[in-house]
Design a protein around this ligand. Structure first.
Ligand SMILES: C[S@@+](CC[C@H](N)C(=O)[O-])C[C@H]1O[C@@H](n2cnc3c(N)ncnc32)[C@H](O)[C@@H]1O
Length: 246
């Protein structure tokens, strides 16, 4: 028997592997924690230099491309490496947003003592974010989407197709409600399968984007069964629509 086979056959081998895997888990968590510390420092820098944008697509795309090359060189599935880095970048953005929102002493105080005011501040931030994102939303979730986003969108599409197919079997499709519809990306996608579709979003900019797409669409008649409304779905959802088939 080869010495290598002898080692693999021994009882201690799996224990040793378990130990090594544990060490790698430890190392991975330490590296990720360091990564998030760096993200906070990046936020600090951006804040001191005029509150630059948190998501910097060109830089992130470059980093994703580098990781793809590195993964190939190390015989690691490049899609896996990209998806992982994308996940890390998302968490790093979340950490930066968190830091940004609790930055001022006032925000910090609010968070601790006045939950309602804190909530209001978060909503205000959400509306500002949505306003700046609304004009480029379709592109970011379309042609310009990076690999991991496209993968998620493909997965989402397969789930949608499966669910709409299953519902069809049940009978006539009445009302579809798209909660947090943004510019209506999904509302337009599902509306043709329903008698009526409603897209709700808290952001006036997102809703106005959705309505303008609806009115500009050459298939306007096809989308006549869609209503977009600016609503905070945490406060109210009202269905004012009478469906023919109900
Ligand atoms: C990540 S986007 C998702 C958009 C869309 N569902 C899609 O898949 O393209 C989340 C949306 O939810 C909206 N939103 C967040 N909180 C909301 C609330 N309380 N009421 C209504 N819309 C809300 C945001 O304005 C934003 O447009």
């Amino acid at each position: 028997m080869e010495p290598r086979d002898k080692i693999i056959d021994s009882d201690d081998f799996i224990k040793m592997l378990g130990f090594q895997l544990g060490k790698i888990d430890h190392f991975t968590v330490a590296v990720l924690s360091k990564r998030m510390e760096l993200a906070k420092l990046v936020q600090e820098y951006k804040h001191r230099h005029g509150n630059q944008s948190i998501l910097r697509k060109e830089i992130e795309d470059k980093r994703l491309a580098q990781v793809t090359d590195l993964a190939k060189k190390r015989s690691l599935n490049p899609n896996f490496a990209q998806a992982l880095l994308y996940f890390i970048i998302s968490e790093s953005c979340r950490v930066q947003i968190d830091k940004l929102q609790t930055r001022s002493i006032e925000a910090d105080k609010l968070f601790k003592i006045d939950k309602e005011a804190w909530y209001k501040l978060l909503k205000k931030n959400l509306l500002e974010l949505a306003a700046s994102f609304a004009p480029k939303y379709e592109k970011n979730y379309g042609d310009d989407a990076p690999f991991a986003t496209s993968s998620c969108l493909n997965f989402e599409e397969s789930v949608l197709q499966r669910e709409i197919g299953a519902l069809r079997g049940v009978g006539n499709l009445g009302l579809a409600v798209d909660l947090g519809c943004a510019t209506g990306r999904l509302t337009f996608r599902i509306a043709p399968h329903f008698e009526h579709a409603i897209g709700y979003d808290i952001s006036p900019d997102m809703i106005s984007g959705a309505k303008s797409t609806q009115s500009r669409n050459v298939n306007f008649l096809k989308f006549k069964n869609i209503t977009f409304e600016e609503i905070d779905i945490e406060k109210e959802i009202c269905f004012r629509y009478t469906l023919l088939s109900v």
